[in-house]
Design a protein around this ligand. Structure first.
Ligand SMILES: [Zn+2]
Ligand SMILES: [Zn+2]
Length: 93
């Protein structure tokens, strides 16, 4: 029995935290995610404004602060216009 290696299968890093029998990497993972098997996925959801050619971050309703403000303060016609854009390009949840 090898007692000085991380208890996670397939991991041969030396144990960092004796009480958990985990290496530093897996212990960090456990603390951070509550699970040693979760890896950080750089799966970045790009959430930008639904308006075409606008790549600002979304504030609300799939719109950036600028377009959201425009939406909130706009005439019904402009709202309709934005509604169509938003519905076409993004699913609002
Ligand atoms: Zn490990
Ligand atoms: Zn925008």
């Amino acid at each position: 029995m090898n007692k000085d290696k991380c208890c996670v299968e397939g991991c041969s890093n030396p144990i960092k935290v004796q009480t958990k029998q985990l290496c530093e990497m897996h212990y960090t993972r456990l603390r951070r995610h509550g699970n040693v098997h979760i890896t950080y996925k750089p799966r970045r959801k790009i959430r930008t404004c639904a308006v075409k050619n606008c790549d600002l971050d979304i504030k609300s309703l799939g719109l950036c602060h600028r377009h959201y403000y425009a939406y909130k303060t706009s005439s019904p016609d402009y709202r309709k216009h934005l509604d169509q854009i938003v519905l076409k390009t993004k699913v609002i949840g």
